[in-house]
Write a protein that binds this ligand. Structure first.
Ligand SMILES: Cc1cc2nc3c(=O)[nH]c(=O)nc-3n(C[C@H](O)[C@H](O)[C@H](O)COP(=O)(O)OP(=O)(O)OC[C@H]3O[C@@H](n4cnc5c(N)ncnc54)[C@H](O)[C@@H]3O)c2cc1C
Length: 530
């Protein structure tokens, strides 16, 4: 007999296999020997009260042999001789999962990626962190695996209507992610494990007859009536296919500019901008777990905060417990920060984006000096770029970032010194009020004070605020038909993932890639049947 059981266990019990087994047998009212095993279905932490519990739901096998639920079987086809081919621009989660899905269906994907393979990319990250040298095609946003590769690898998404989240997680496990991502309430993989997973995906794509081309930056398209004919890369190679998936992410400004220049429809998309805040992890642990020192049986604590200040939404974004603040710029003279953490989340700092919603009026009021009108499709992109350039200047170059202690930030005072921190290129004490547009500065200052009331101890000068967290989502939407998912001007052109405005993280981008691949396959097979 199989029995679904929910246990509420103390942290030290929840990490003890034999304790769980005896709790299951008590629950099922049988001897321990009658329980042959169990599969965990869901695991979450309840830290609302002083005593912290794990809630574990599992499927126990009682008086019958145990079957490990295992992972799904995926059947990837040989697409070497497929008569149809799809050009995918960008090897981020959207592009890679689109390619995998096409292979399952039997269509050949050809991926064009501007950056390097995941291993070579690491050297460019080292040059950025240690010498302040940026490679505009290989950095934290660009290169194999996309922006999600050197990240925290958080796989939590609320976009459960956009696709099959479990299928995406199963695929990650198929390529080497740990199985606990299938049941943890807030799964994450970690920067140290993601590169191997991405490599395994590429190897599978190539072994099935798909193609992956690195250092192939798409710089133009040729068109033919209502179709895209070719994608042209910077080295003047031309790639043609039956369909084109554009999955270039939120930082491919040259692609947005290219589309605009070619009169291919794009729209301005409101986004959020702010700073990254970093606290000692031990402080966040003590606040969230109501203790002096975190128990060894609990993971480094996280938080999620949201408030309205001056009618503006202020919210935490992409929180990385035990993490590192990273320079996520893609161009010289622009400063962008983001965060990542290793699988164990064992760095001594906790960082999070803290951002404010930006609407059309806000953006336009701040870039009135530019010769554009308020309805310009690149409005938010120009606004974003302006703040990033100011931050770079205030940091003093080489991707040193301007920073302030948290209370000093809110009281508008340059910090006399900055505490130890995780940001490798280095920090420069500065007044961030001169980087951030006033409405953002005010909303953040109010937000931090209000968060300090929700989390006692959060509002402290032990924390630092670093500018600028500006790549929270795409500042542009590339429109598409809601059913056929095609761009309104081209029947074989499919904007996809975060850059096109249809995803906001690794899992939702992956789901969008799969969705586009399915739509393309239906279209191609209906053409075949006709
Ligand atoms: C440091 C960092 C940490 C993050 N942490 C998390 C996290 O923990 N969890 C989470 O869900 N999300 C996280 N994100 C966001 C997440 O990475 C993105 O939401 C996701 O990767 C979007 O997927 P995508 O495939 O749409 O685009 P991207 O991942 O941006 O991929 C786009 C790809 O297109 C390529 N490209 C761009 N222009 C061209 C061109 N002209 N020609 C050819 N190729 C091109 C790029 O090199 C890139 O590989 C993080 C992002 C960063 C930068």
């Amino acid at each position: 007999m199989q029995q679904k059981i929910t246990l509420r266990l103390l942290p030290q019990e929840a990490t003890n296999e034999s304790f769980i087994l005896s709790a299951v047998s008590q629950h099922a009212n049988v001897k321990t020997t009658a329980v042959s095993g169990y599969n965990i279905l869901k695991k979450s932490i309840d830290a609302r009260s002083k005593v912290i519990y794990y809630n574990i739901t599992l499927n126990a096998f009682v008086n019958e042999p145990f079957h490990h639920s295992g992972i799904h079987e995926f059947h990837f086809k040989d697409v070497q001789k497929s008569d149809k081919k799809v050009i995918i621009i960008g090897a981020g989660p959207a592009g890679l999962f689109a390619a995998l899905k096409l292979i399952e269906i039997g269509i050949k994907p050809i991926i064009l990626e501007r950056g390097k393979d995941v291993k070579s990319r690491r050297r460019d990250l080292a040059a950025l962190n240690k010498q302040g040298i940026i490679n505009p095609d290989s950095n934290y946003c660009f290169g194999e695996g996309g922006a999600g590769t050197y990240s925290d690898g958080k796989l939590y998404t609320r976009s459960n209507k956009r696709g099959d989240i479990n299928r995406i997680l199963q695929l990650f496990v198929r390529f080497g992610a740990p199985e606990n991502i299938l049941y943890d309430a807030h799964p994450h993989i970690g920067t140290n494990k993601l590169p191997q997973i991405i490599t395994a995906m590429r190897e599978l794509i190539i072994s099935c007859g798909g193609e992956v081309h690195f250092n192939k930056k798409v710089v133009d398209f040729t068109t033919n009536n209502h179709n895209i004919k070719e994608a042209i890369t910077a080295d003047d190679t031309r790639f043609n296919g039956d369909a084109f998936i554009l999955a270039t992410g939120h930082s491919a400004r040259d692609i947005f500019e290219l589309l605009h220049k070619k009169n291919i429809l794009i729209e301005a998309k409101p986004f959020a901008l702010g700073v990254r805040v970093e606290h000692p992890q031990a402080l966040i642990d003590s606040i969230q777990y109501h203790c002096k020192v975190r128990s060894e049986f609990l993971p480094p604590a996280s938080y999620s905060l949201v408030d309205q200040v001056n009618a503006k939404g202020v919210f935490s974004f992409c929180m990385c417990p035990g993490g590192i603040i990273a320079p996520a710029s893609t161009s010289a003279e622009e400063l962008v920060v983001n965060g990542w953490s290793p699988s164990k989340r064992n760095n001594p700092f906790a960082n999070s984006g803290m951002v404010v919603q930006v609407n059309q009026e806000d953006a336009y009021n701040n870039i009135r000096h530019l010769p554009i009108d308020a309805g310009h499709p690149l409005l938010f992109l120009y606004f974003q770029q302006m703040v990033e350039q100011k931050a770079f200047q205030l940091g003093g170059g080489n991707f040193r970032a301007p920073a302030q202690r948290l209370v000093d930030f809110c009281t508008n005072k340059i910090s006399a010194s900055l505490p130890e921190n995780s940001y490798l290129p280095g920090l420069e004490p500065a007044n961030l009020n001169s980087v951030l547009p006033n409405f953002i500065y005010k909303a953040l200052a109010g937000g931090f004070q209000s968060f300090g009331k929700k989390m006692k101890g959060y509002y402290t000068n032990e924390a630092i605020v670093v500018a600028t967290e500006s790549r929270t989502s795409s500042p542009v939407r590339i429109p598409r038909n809601s059913e056929t998912l095609e761009h309104p001007q081209f029947e074989n052109f499919y904007p996809c993932g975060e850059g096109a405005g249809y995803a906001g993280g690794i899992v939702s981008a992956a789901m969008d890639g799969e969705r586009i691949a399915s739509v393309i396959s239906n279209k191609i097979s209906s053409i075949r049947t006709c």
